[in-house]
Design a protein around this ligand. Structure first.
Ligand code: PLP
Length: 390
C-alpha cells in the first residue's frame, strides 16, 4: 500500500473510534475569554491557573527586554545564547523552589527527555506512576532504561517493585500534581520509599508550581521536602507562570551534570531572552499576589460543592484541575459540544491521553475567573444528560 493509502486508513480508523483530534483556532482575549469561529467563549480548559498569561505587566517586561536586547537568543546556551536574562531567571527559580541551582530548558517535554536520559541508561531502572505525563514515559524510553510503571499513587506497589531487583541505578519519577486527574502525589511517602531503597526521586511539578505551597513554591514545598529528599525537581513556565519554557532545580552537581549531558539542553537554541524577562516578572507576581491562590481555592471549593449538588461527581482533586469523568470518548465529545453551545469552552480528554474508558471533561480554573464565570459553567453543566438517565 502507498504511504497515502496507509495513512488514510489509519486516520479513518481514528475517526471511527471517535478519537480524531484537531487543533482549533482559539483567539484568547484576556485571561478568561476567547473567540472561536467568531463566537465568544468563557475558557475553562487552559493551564493558566494564576491568570498571568495575558497580564499586561508580563507583556511590558517582554517588550521592554525585546527592545533592549532583541528577540532571539541567537544560539544554544553553551555557545553564545545564555543571556543575563536567562541567568537571572535561573537564580530566581532556584530561590523560589528552595534549591541550590536551576537550569532552563526550552520546554517541559524537552526537560523530561533530557533529564531522564542524562540520569539513567541501559541496565538502570526508571519507576514511574502509571498516570505520569507522556514526556516522562518517553524520557525513560529514550534513556534505554527499564521502565517499570507502578499503580497510580500506590506507595506499597512502588515499594514492592523497588524490592524486586536491585542492580543498576534506580530513578523514581512522579508528577507532583497529575495533569489529567488533578490529584497530588503522596510525595512525603514517595520520598521515604525512595530513600529506603536508595533510589533517586524526581518530581515533575508542571501543575503545582505557582499554585501550591507557600508563595506558590509548588507541591514539593507544600510537602516540606528538601533537596536531599527530592533531588530532582522539574517545573514548567507555560502553565501557572503564564509564559513558556521549563527548568530543573537541584544541587550544583545535578545542574552541572545536566549542562554536560542533557542532550535537549546542549543541542538546542536557548529560548528568547525577553521570555525569561517576562517569566521573572510572572514569578514575582505569583509570589506577591497571594489573593490569586486564595481566590482559586474558593472557586474550587464552590465548584465541588455545587457540582455535587447537581449530581455530578468531580474527581477527587483539590487543585485547579477538576475533571468530570464521562467514560466513553464519544459521550465526552458530545458533552463538550453541549457546553460549547452555551458559551463554555472545555476540552474532552480522550485516549490515548487518558486510559481507555476514562474519557473526561478536564475543567480547569484560573484566578481570573469570576463568580459569574463559575455561575455560567454550573448552569451549562446542569444541561448535560445525567449518567444513567434516558
Ligand atoms: C505540560 C506538561 C509537561 C510539558 O511541558 P511543556 O513545557 O508544555 O512542554 C510536562 N509534564 C507535565 C506533567 C505537564 O503537564
Amino acid at each position: 500500500m502507498s504511504l497515502h493509502e496507509t495513512l488514510q486508513q489509519r486516520l479513518q480508523e481514528r475517526r471511527k473510534a471517535g478519537l480524531y483530534r484537531s487543533p482549533r483556532v482559539v483567539e484568547r482575549r484576556g485571561g478568561v475569554e476567547a473567540i472561536l469561529d467568531g463566537r465568544r467563549y468563557r475558557v475553562f480548559c487552559s493551564n493558566d491557573y494564576l491568570g498571568l498569561a495575558a497580564d499586561p505587566r508580563l507583556a511590558e517586561a517582554l517588550s521592554a527586554a525585546a527592545v533592549r536586547c532583541g528577540v532571539g537568543s541567537g544560539a544554544a546556551h553553551l555557545i553564545s545564547g545564555h543571556s543575563p536574562e536567562h541567568e537571572a531567571l535561573e537564580r530566581a527559580l532556584a530561590e523560589h523552589t528552595g534549591r541550590d541551582r536551576a537550569v532552563l530548558f526550552s520546554t517541559g517535554y524537552m526537560a523530561n527527555l533530557g533529564v531522564i536520559d542524562a540520569l539513567a541508561g541501559r541496565g538502570d531502572r526508571v519507576l514511574e506512576d502509571r498516570l505520569n505525563h507522556a514526556s516522562l514515559l518517553d524520557g525513560a524510553r529514550l534513556a534505554g532504561a527499564r521502565l517499570i510503571r507502578y499503580r497510580h499513587g500506590d506507595m506499597a506497589d512502588l515499594s514492592r517493585r523497588l524490592e524486586a531487583g536491585r542492580d543498576g541505578r534506580t530513578l523514581v519519577v512522579t508528577d507532583g500534581v497529575f495533569s489529567m486527574d488533578g490529584d497530588v502525589a503522596p510525595l512525603t511517602e514517595a520520598a521515604a520509599v525512595a530513600a529506603a531503597h536508595e533510589a533517586w526521586l524526581m518530581v515533575d511539578d508542571a501543575h503545582g508550581l505557582g499554585v501550591l505551597g507557600p508563595g506558590g513554591a509548588g507541591s514539593v514545598a507544600a510537602a516540606g521536602l528538601s533537596q536531599a529528599q527530592v533531588p530532582v525537581l522539574m517545573g514548567t513556565l507555560g502553565k501557572a507562570l503564564g509564559t513558556f519554557g521549563a527548568f530543573v532545580a537541584g544541587s550544583e552537581t545535578l545542574v552541572e551534570t545536566l549542562i554536560q549531558d542533557a542532550r535537549t539542553y546542549v543541542y538546542t537554541t536557548a529560548t528568547p531572552p525577553p521570555l525569561a524577562a517576562a517569566t521573572r516578572r510572572a514569578l514575582a507576581i505569583a509570589r506577591e499576589e497571594g489573593w490569586r491562590r486564595t481566590h482559586l481555592q474558593s472557586l474550587i471549593a464552590r465548584f465541588r460543592r455545587e457540582a455535587a449538588g447537581l449530581g455530578l461527581e468531580p474527581m477527587p482533586s483539590e487543585t485547579p484541575i477538576q475533571p468530570l469523568l464521562i467514560g466513553d470518548a464519544q459521550a465526552a465529545t458530545a458533552a463538550a459540544d453541549r457546553l460549547a453551545e452555551r458559551g463554555i469552552l472545555v476540552t474532552a480528554i480522550r485516549p490515548p491521553t487518558v486510559p481507555k474508558g476514562a474519557a473526561r471533561l478536564r475543567i480547569t480554573f484560573s484566578a481570573v475567573h469570576s463568580e459569574q464565570d463559575l455561575d455560567c459553567l454550573l448552569d451549562a453543566l446542569q444541561s448535560l444528560p445525567r449518567p444513567g438517565a434516558p
